[in-house]
Write a protein that binds this ligand. Structure first.
Ligand code: HEC
Ligand code: HEC
Length: 331
């Protein structure tokens, strides 16, 4: 589009329209507050998200590894599962995960509902079975009542469990970050250095992969495009699903929303700091070595992507009964 044309149409549209036009030209869009949530279902999903009784040990919940007090992650290199099992890969954040093109580093789950069934039955994570998880819930009258309220039936199924958790996860969006306020027209919402970092982020090519509302999450890309990535981690990315050699080391581009809170970085959790992660991205993905000043500016920009964290009352879980299967923390 020619500059004159932009100016004319901006003048025609008036101020609000002009702001929208300016925004449309940016490769990153503001996170929108959540709309269209089934409140009763999300409330039930929140309880299930926090309930460790969906694990064999009675100790591990979704929140153990995706701690909503810590940016939806565990801040560990790789997660700790049942029996202190050393997890194979870094836990991505659940914040804004509803925006992902698919779930998991290799995209093996199509959506949040499909994803939510995985950890419960994963022997290295919650180590339970879907049948046992449903048996536990059925033995707790408080849950039976709430499932009936939401789904209109006395039967509890794993399908309802994962649907409810996914509905809760839809509420875990983080609007109003300083960067979004800037995008929406508040010119003082970010500093000159942060702005300079954003310019570098655009001009050096980070936005080719990290773009859209989530600043990532939209595609699978090779880790180590220009220079190979050295890691002891065995994950092969998309190749593990497709079997294609060309897909080796292709991972879902992580969201950079709230990245200040979701350390350590990369699928192997090997980069402890943002400084390190930005340096590696520059060299391996773009063949560009940033100066200390440039690196610091990009890091400053990335920190403006921290939005309002989800706030809610801690769910109080209905108590177990004499009929509830007893947890087995040490088996
Ligand atoms: C023992 C730690 C652990 C527990 C418990 C756990 N997760 Fe995860 N979660 C992970 C790890 C590790 C990954 C990445 C696995 C992969 O990509 O192969 C992950 C991936 C995810 C993702 C995909 C995010 C993305 O960007 O791809 C979502 C969503 C998620 N978990 C939600 C849940 C929910 C809901 C529960 C509870 C039912 C749960 N997790 C329980 C560790 C855990
Ligand atoms: C060719 C696509 C591509 C480009 C260009 C790119 N990235 Fe990435 N980025 C990725 C992928 C893929 C990952 C995940 C790699 C992994 O975990 O092994 C990633 C991971 C990251 C992470 C870690 C996030 C986390 O939660 O683990 C940060 C930070 C990051 N990129 C910042 C940048 C910056 C800054 C630039 C520009 C200097 C950039 N990226 C350029 C694809 C890209």
């Amino acid at each position: 589009m020619k500059l004159t044309k932009v100016i004319t149409s901006a003048a025609l549209l008036g101020f609000a329209g002009a702001a929208q036009l300016a925004m449309a030209a940016e490769p990153i869009a503001p996170v929108e507050p959540v709309k269209e949530v089934n409140l009763a279902e999300a409330e039930l999903g929140k309880k299930l998200y926090f309930d460790p009784r969906l694990s064999k040990s009675g100790f591990i919940s979704c929140n153990s590894c995706h701690n909503l007090s810590m940016g939806g992650t565990d801040n560990l290199k790789t997660s700790i599962g049942h029996n202190w099992n050393q997890g194979p890969i870094n836990a991505p954040t659940v914040l804004n995960s509803s925006m992902n093109v698919a779930q998991f580093w290799d995209g093996r789950a199509a959506d949040l509902k499909e994803q939510a069934g995985g950890p419960i039955a994963n022997p290295g994570e919650m180590a339970f079975t879907h049948v046992l998880a449903v048996d536990v819930l059925k033995s707790i009258p408080g849950y039976v009542r709430e499932f009936k309220l939401v789904y209109g039936t006395d039967q509890i199924s794993i399908d309802q469990v994962t649907t409810a958790i996914a509905e809760f996860e839809k509420t875990l969006v983080t609007p109003n970050s300083p960067f979004d306020l800037w995008l929406l027209g508040d010119k003082d919402a970010i500093t000159a250095d942060e702005k300079a970092g954003y310019e570098l982020f655009k001009t050096s090519g980070c936005v080719a992969c990290h773009n859209g509302q989530a600043v990532g999450g939209a595609s699978f890309q090779k880790m180590g495009l220009v220079e190979a990535y050295q890691t002891k981690n065995k994950a092969e990315g998309l190749a593990g699903i497709t079997g294609k050699d060309a897909d080796r080391m292709k991972f879902k581009v992580p969201t950079l929303r709230n990245v200040e809170m979701t350390y350590p970085y990369f699928h192997d959790g090997e980069a402890q700091t943002l400084t390190e992660a930005v340096d590696i991205m520059g060299r391996l993905q773009l063949g560009r070595k940033f100066s200390d000043k440039e690196n610091a500016q990009i890091v400053a920009f990335l920190k403006t992507l921290t939005g309002d964290q989800p706030t809610f009352n801690l769910p109080i879980l209905p108590p177990s009964t004499d009929k509830t299967p007893v947890p087995k923390p040490f088996d």
